[in-house]
Design a binder for this molecule. Sequence first.
Ligand SMILES: [Zn+2]
Length: 302
Amino acid sequence: MRSCRRPLLLGFVAALLLPSALSARQAESGRERLERRSAERAAALRAELESPRPIDAIESVWIEELTWMEVRDRLAEGATTAIVSTGGVEQNGPYVALGKHNYILESACEILALELGNALCAPVIKLVPEGGIEPKSGHMRYPGTISVRQETFQMMLTDVVRSLEAHGFTEIVLIGDSGGNQSGMAAVAEALDAEWAERPVSVVHVPEYYQADVSAFMADSLGIVEAKNDGFHDFYWVTAQQMVTDPATVRYEERVRAGLAHINGVSIAPAEESIEVGRAILEYRVRETVEALRERGVLDGR
Ligand SMILES: [Zn+2]
């Protein structure tokens, strides 16, 4: 019985081996096909990346509002400076929307980009460290505040800056509108700038944007002094800047109706006046920022 079965068994084994020998040949030609297709795809992508814009470009300085073709062409025309700004979502008293810093940056980054020329704004990084999450501490004690860990913030910033560098931005400027953002931005800028010492790229954090003495500017140049403190995380000089972007974010109409259109002894009405003050403050902070960039040689040759 046994000797009779052996040929059958051998035949069975051969039948198992044969398809695998065939599939090895097929895999080889399959690999070639894959390589050809991937080369074709790469060539198609190169052609697409070089293809001209079919329509006119828009004027925005915000990367997220542009198409990739518009960003490509702005870079080619010399817009090699990118501004990465960080805001926050935190409690700011009973009148001011949690996104205060982000609303201010909508105006501040745009003014800075236009002042620098050849500059674009990365999307505002809206989430930053705001205190402990569990247990809640700092601003996190108030509903709506969203906090990220310091390492989350720095990893996000790092990846954003790396993305911009990968696309050819050569001056990457970091500004933070909130106090808790400064050390993380400084650490990321320092680390990447050191890592890219051999590349023609500068990554700079500009603390002067945050440190600019707005109260002194407001007193000296505009004659406005916040004579008292209402005890909120809220100031006239901050509200005025926010109103440039949108008075609704400081509840302008609602406060006028409630007889509460003031903060720290300064009236926020009429809106047009506060917007004008806010714009002057933003322009002052932008001047301080540009000055700091010049001092650091970031704008040499620009
Ligand atoms: Zn803040």
